[in-house]
Design a protein around this ligand. Structure first.
Ligand code: AMP
Length: 598
């Protein structure tokens, strides 16, 4: 099939699939969407946009993080199409806060990049004069907070909203909650009769429902039923870690965290990973069941039936294999490899926490998976937040905890790091198991290659999600581990995270000490800096000694080419260097603690 034909076929498929292509948008709006990096519409966009485009008034229940802004901006841009100098303002977007209005302005400019539509922002905090000037440029769209809009309407006699044909109340519950109700009624009274009205709100309190009845013509109420696709009794835990840390994290979860009476389904990307984990668990004295695509039918039956009769508590599968088997209700799902499509996630976790049972879906998230995590949350219409960092916890433990509780009550997702300390403890054991098994070593290599291939062929996340990852703040330890660690360990973690972010040649304490000296304030940090320097001098001597020994050894080796370093000697040398490094870190932590207590 020719390239042109393939392209046409793809476009036809997209047009049918409810993608942006199927909406019949003006080419300049469609180009704006692609430029912004949206790949497929989010559920709220899929539901609302066709209705809005058909001219209906809409009340949509959608939260920030669901893609609601584009849901009303895209049809607006399509409808306005191009700047008309004498027409007056044709679209009005009301936001409860200046920040939200600014954000909406940014999206309007980005999505409307290929149109010549003019936008004016009327929010408190900016000068009235500059806003008068903007209004004189005959904008097509006004984005405003109600207070400032009313201010303009009362100051300028000939300012009229009669020409407005498209009005949006964004985060309407906040608009009402902030006491703007009276102003909103006044604004509504000034709008023309033949307008389309849209109301977006996370909740629909009764006052708002009344308002909608009065101000909207036969509105369509849209809400997402997606929440029910994932059982409300299912907890979601997202752990950030690196690819090579997954073995340790998995062993820890199975050994220490998940009760031995619970059944868990583990999803991996390839059959080689199934085989690898199967062997690893067996070496650890745990017998799992496994299932993958081209597995022998009889073996598959035996494995699954052992899991069904609870003789095994783990079932390791690939997505393809899981589709074909009848898996009973179970307690937990572990996404060892993060699913590249939101629907696969929903499908995978759908077997847990059903029929009145509770359960947890644990997901490992590598840096490469972050954009997929954002895509998933757009699909679930769920807000997502990073766990508070250790520094934040130490500064305001109470505040942070209550914010976490509130987020969880709102069913927001909090993702956080898997503790390095735990990974370090388990990884030695994992290394040992792999090192002593030739089969595991070989399989590990196969897994790496298979994973590379798998990564190349999986669908890409939305470009916008890839871009958003760059703006995400640093995440703290996952809240699930807060009680595993003691406060002292938290302090040490905060310190080591601080070190990771900033690595000057001097230690932080020395740097602080230098600064203090410069200011002629030889306080406690100055003294500690001296201690650090002395400590560094001692360690440096030892490290130099090791280097010298290494050097003379390598010279010797050059002379006796036949001689091979024995593994135990090599281990001993590595051990010695590790010991020095650990010693150095420990002394840093001790000094830090003492400094804190001063
Ligand atoms: P909102 O709920 O409107 O605040 O949007 C949340 C985030 O999702 C913003 O960064 C949007 O740019 C992004 N977003 C909205 N729609 C899509 C989409 N269809 N694909 C990818 N990202 C989107």
């Amino acid at each position: 099939m020719g390239r042109e034909a393939t392209k046409k076929k793809k476009m036809k498929k997209n047009a049918k699939s409810g993608g942006f292509e199927s909406l019949g948008l003006n080419p300049n709006v469609f180009k704006g969407i692609k430029r912004k990096g949206y790949k497929v519409p989010t559920p709220i966009q899929r539901k609302t946009m066709p209705l809005i485009l058909s001219g209906s008034d809409v009340v949509a229940m959608a939260r920030t993080g669901s893609g609601k802004t584009a849901a009303f901006l895209v049809p607006m841009l399509h409808r306005l199409n191009q700047h008309i100098p004498q027409s007056g303002v044709r679209a009005l977007i009301l936001s409860p806060t200046r920040d939200l209005a600014l954000q909406t302005l940014k999206f309007t400019k980005e999505l409307g990049h290929f149109t010549d539509l003019r936008v004016s922002l009327l929010v408190g905090g900016d000068s009235m004069e500059s806003q008068f000037e903007e209004l004189a440029q005959s904008p097509d769209i006004i984005i405003a907070t109600p207070g400032r809009l009313m201010h303009h309407l009362s100051e300028v006699d000939d300012m009229s909203l009669r020409s407005v044909e498209y009005v949006v109340f964004d985060e309407a519950d906040c608009l009402f909650g902030m006491g703007f109700a009276e102003q909103l009624h006044q604004i509504l009274a000034q709008l023309g009769e033949n307008r389309q009205t849209l109301l977006f709100s996370a909740t629909l309190p009764s006052a708002l429902a009344e308002f909608a009845k009065a101000g909207l013509r036969d509105p369509q109420l849209l809400r997402l039923d997606l929440e029910t696709r994932i059982s409300p009794d299912l907890k979601l835990a997202f752990f950030t870690l690196r690819q090579e840390e997954k073995y340790s994290a998995l062993l820890y979860l199975i050994r220490e965290h998940i009760g031995s009476d619970q059944q868990t389904l583990i999803f991996v990307s390839t059959k080689h990973h199934v085989e690898f984990l199967n062997l690893l668990f067996r070496e650890e004295g745990i017998e799992p069941s496994v299932c993958y695509g081209d597995m022998d039918q009889d073996a598959r039956k035996i494995h699954v039936s052992r899991f069904r009769s609870r003789k095994t508590m783990l079932l390791i599968v690939t997505d393809v294999a899981a589709r074909g088997i009848d898996i009973p209700l179970l307690d937990n799902v572990i996404n060892w490899d993060f699913p590249p499509k939101p629907k696969i996630f929903v499908h995978r976790v759908g077997r847990a926490a059903r029929a009145g049972r509770t359960g947890t879906a644990y997901s490992f998230v590598t840096p490469e998976d972050m954009a997929y995590l954002l895509d998933l949350h757009l699909f679930l219409s769920k807000p997502i937040k990073p766990a508070p960092t250790e520094e934040e916890v130490l500064q305001d433990m109470e505040g942070v905890l209550s914010r976490c509780e509130q987020a969880m009550a709102n069913r927001e997702t909090i993702y956080g790091r898997f503790p390095q300390k735990v990974i370090d403890l388990v990884s030695d054991r994992v290394r040992e198991i792999i090192d002593t098994s030739a089969e595991l070593e070989l399989l590990q290599r196969t897994c790496k290659n298979a994973f590379r291939l798998y990564s190349k062929t999986k669908p890409l996340p939305a470009k916008e999600s890839i871009r958003r990852v760059k703006d995400l703040p640093h995440e703290g330890l996952h809240p699930m581990f807060m009680n595993v660690l003691e406060t002292g360990e938290l302090t040490a973690l905060a310190f080591s995270e601080h070190l990771k972010k900033f690595r000057p040649k001097q230690t932080i304490l020395e740097a602080e000490g230098e600064a203090a000296k410069l200011k002629h304030q030889q306080g406690p940090s100055g003294q500690w800096a001296d201690v650090m320097k002395r400590k560094r001098a001692i360690h440096e001597n030892i490290i130099n000694l090791v280097h010298e020994q290494q050097q003379s050894k390598s010279n010797k080796e050059k002379e006796e080419i036949q001689l091979e370093i024995s593994p135990s000697m090599e281990k001993g040398r590595k051990g010695f260097i590790s010991f020095i490094v650990i010693e150095l870190c420990l002394s840093l932590v001790i000094v830090f603690f003492s400094l804190k207590s001063e």
